[in-house]
Design a protein around this ligand. Structure first.
Ligand SMILES: *Cc1c(COP(=O)(O)O)cnc(C)c1O
Length: 394
């Protein structure tokens, strides 16, 4: 493997560990002497059976999933789960949604097709820069479930403690969309009924969707629910009711082994905390960059930030690319920048980004004051930092 690949801050599909990609490349034509590549194997054969079973066991161990939960490997991504969850859990009744950003908003909208979806809270009033205090949620009387997005990938808001529904006097299962921070930190399963997430942020390639569901929730599906999306059917068939995304499962399995080699979730969480602190600290101590999210709910995985002078956005991004810092452009719905720093992003990558932030800001600060905050959007802003390009090879 090349020693220095650029650092990739994509929100998803996202960076994979170099070691995992190298391993997959080495096994591409012949998996463990079988004479077959993983893509070419029957999902019912003993070779893939071993890959599948090992991936399930490793993930269960890593996430400390209790025995009364099923681990399902499905397809359709987080967006399909926005329909699959209400089809399986709502019984056509009322489900509650806590809207803290774009993804939970989408979940609420999709669920309306299958049940009566009730908005228990919405932080749009402050631009989704905080979480709503669970004590303030307007839960309905007996919701079929309560949905949250435990890490809002676009808005950069993360629950650092999962809400305790029982303490709120609510017996309903909590559903969490943990697509973008699964395996970045431990999960308190005592508070969760069901967790789902697409793999392409933190677990592996797109195509695999993880569902972790408590066994007592398996038999609630509406009759209209497609068999391939019925949790009971998927569970009883060990996630092989239909052909699973075999290669994505294999790749995720390699990521799980890599995570174990890193010391498991506790060790990776410590690293993620260090990475996030390094980046937020640089943003907060700058007069050019700004992150608007409240301190107690900032995401460790997705760090959106703005340049106070937005006319510099393009020159910032092209300078970043020149330094080997890729895919920093923010989501189109919120603009600005976003650095996604998933498990596979090393501390060195975050350090390289922080170095760039400082260098870019220093060049900006050396401009005469009247040039720092141009009011006109246009070519002048683009030229502002041009002369310094390439002078800083570090
Ligand atoms: C990416 C993402 C999704 C959507 O996943 P798809 O695989 O595109 O359906 C849903 N929820 C969250 C929190 C996400 O980050």
């Amino acid at each position: 493997m090349t020693a220095m690949r650029p650092y990739n801050f994509s929100a998803g599909p996202a960076v994979m560990p170099d070691a995992v990609l190298a391993e997959a490349a080495a096994e591409m034509l012949d998996w463990h002497g079988s004479g077959m590549g993983v893509m070419e194997m029957s999902h019912r054969g003993k070779e893939f059976g071993a890959i599948h079973a090992q991936a399930q066991a490793d993930l269960r161990e890593l996430l400390a999933v209790p025995a009364n939960f099923k681990l399902l490997f499905m397809q359709g991504g987080g967006l399909a789960e926005n329909a699959i969850v209400p089809m399986n859990l709502s019984r056509g009744q009322t489900a509650d949604f806590v809207v803290t950003g774009s993804w939970s908003q989408k979940s609420l909208g999709e669920a309306r097709k299958y049940c009566s979806a009730h908005e228990a809270a919405n932080t749009k009033g402050n631009g989704h820069t905080t979480l709503a205090d669970p004590a303030s949620w307007q839960l309905s009387d007996k919701p079929a479930y309560v949905h949250i997005c435990s890490n809002e990938t676009i808005n950069g808001v993360e629950y650092h403690t999962l809400p305790d529904l029982k303490a709120l006097g609510c017996e309903a299962p909590l559903v969490i969309d943990f697509s973008s921070h699964v395996a970045s930190r431990p999960v308190d399963w005592s508070r969760v009924g069901l967790a789902f997430g697409g793999a392409q942020k933190n677990l592996g390639p797109a195509g695999l969707t993880l569902v972790v569901v408590r066994e007592d929730l398996l038999d609630r599906a509406l009759p209209m629910c497609p068999s391939a999306f019925n949790y009971r059917t998927v569970a009883d068939n060990d996630s092989m009711f239909n052909t699973p995304p075999t290669y994505a499962i294999y790749m995720a399995g390699l990521v799980f082994k890599w995570l174990k080699r890193q010391g498991g979730i506790a060790a990776i969480e410590a690293r993620n905390i260090a990475k996030a602190e390094l980046l937020y600290d640089a943003i907060d101590h700058s007069s050019l960059y700004l992150n608007r999210v409240a301190l107690d709910c900032r995401s460790r995985m997705n760090v959106p930030f703005y340049l106070r002078d937005e006319t510099l956005n393009d020159v910032f991004l092209s300078g970043a690319r020149e330094r080997g810092l890729l895919q920093l452009k923010g989501h189109k719905s919120v603009g600005g920048m976003r650095a996604s720093i998933y498990n596979a992003m090393p501390l060195e990558g975050v350090q390289a980004l922080v170095d760039y932030l400082r260098d870019f800001e220093a060049r900006w600060e050396r401009r005469p004051r009247r040039d720092r905050l141009p009011t006109a959007i246009g070519p002048r802003a683009g030229l502002l930092l041009e002369p310094a390009h390439g002078k800083n090879p570090s």
